[in-house]
Design a protein around this ligand. Structure first.
Ligand code: SAM
Length: 275
């Protein structure tokens, strides 16, 4: 396995971020100050939070005319959920790390959107009501694959690696059950992860993955490609796979275009691949 995908390297990154003597108590991002609690994923030590904001169209300061409901899995310090709320969305922000949940509450209060952000301690969807439905479900994931028998040394490591992709498998299986009729499930993945392994799991769960956006950034010496994936509830039918002129294909294309517009992203072909 290349260094880029090494779980040991990612665990080193996790440890460095936790033990950095200069790890800040607050940080600046998107022109705002944010609290950062112990054991919480530090957006200042990774480009992924900024990329996720870009993928979701949340880098501007304007309110959006539509106000979708967002379920953010793995909210960390809460930057994405709070930025979404500042743009007019309502957000449920869930994390398996209790400090992250508290951190998200603090940042929602700091930026006066506590009425639109509900922070929830939850292992993926476990703490949600069965009937909870959202327009968008998003996870900027711990995309690095660790061996299935890996034992986490801290909750912070769960921000970096996923043992045996067990959490990814549950996300692919379960997220679609919490969507509104026109909602979409999104996953921020990265070439540090095992894309082939993820595709295989998606197939086993009866899901299809579609690339909406790609962005490559330099991480140290390595150009690393980040990807916004949409998780679709099932594989395309034979008819959809066939002629691109068929009515079903047209309907499917319209559905996927509409989904991309709701997410506020341009289709991959319309964007530069590199940052
Ligand atoms: C890469 S971090 C992203 C944090 C934040 N969204 C950001 O962009 O700054 C991944 C997050 O997923 C959370 N996570 C990992 N496994 C989880 C699970 N089973 N349920 C909920 N959250 C989980 C981690 O605790 C971590 O906060």
């Amino acid at each position: 396995m290349s260094d880029v995908r090494s779980h040991l390297k990612s665990l080193e990154r996790s440890k460095r971020s936790l033990t950095d003597p200069d790890r800040p108590r607050t940080f600046s991002m998107m022109g705002r100050e944010w609290d950062l609690l112990d054991e919480v994923f530090a957006p200042v030590h990774s480009p992924s939070t900024g990329i996720a904001l870009d993928f979701l169209g949340l880098t501007g300061t304007d309110s959006q005319t539509r106000s979708p409901s967002l379920l953010e899995i793995g909210c960390g310090a809460g930057v994405i959920a709070v930025q979404a709320a500042l743009a007019g969305w309502t957000a449920v922000a869930a994390d398996i790390n209790e400090n992250a949940v508290e951190n998200t509450r603090l940042n929602a209060e700091r930026h006066a959107v506590a009425d639109r952000v509900t922070a929830l301690h939850s292992d993926l969807f476990d703490a949600l009501d069965d009937g909870a439905r959202f327009d968008r479900i998003f996870w900027s994931s711990n995309y690095v694959l660790a061996p299935a028998d890996y034992t986490y040394q801290s909750v912070h490591e769960r921000a970096y690696v996923d043992a045996g992709y067990r959490t990814h498998r549950r996300y692919l299986e379960q997220a679609v059950h919490h969507l509104t009729d026109t909602g979409s499930v999104l996953l921020h993945f990265c070439e540090r992860g095992d894309m082939d392994g993820l595709e295989k799991i998606a197939g086993e769960c009866g899901r299809e993955l579609r690339v909406l956006r790609r962005r490559t950034v330099l991480e140290g010496q390595d150009p690393i490609e980040h990807t916004l994936l949409e998780v679709l509830p099932g594989p395309l039918t034979e008819a959809e796979r066939g002629s691109r002129t068929g009515a079903r294909v047209a309907a499917s294309g319209a559905r996927h275009r509409a989904q991309r517009e709701r997410v506020g992203v341009r289709p991959e072909k319309d964007r530069p691949v590199h940052a």
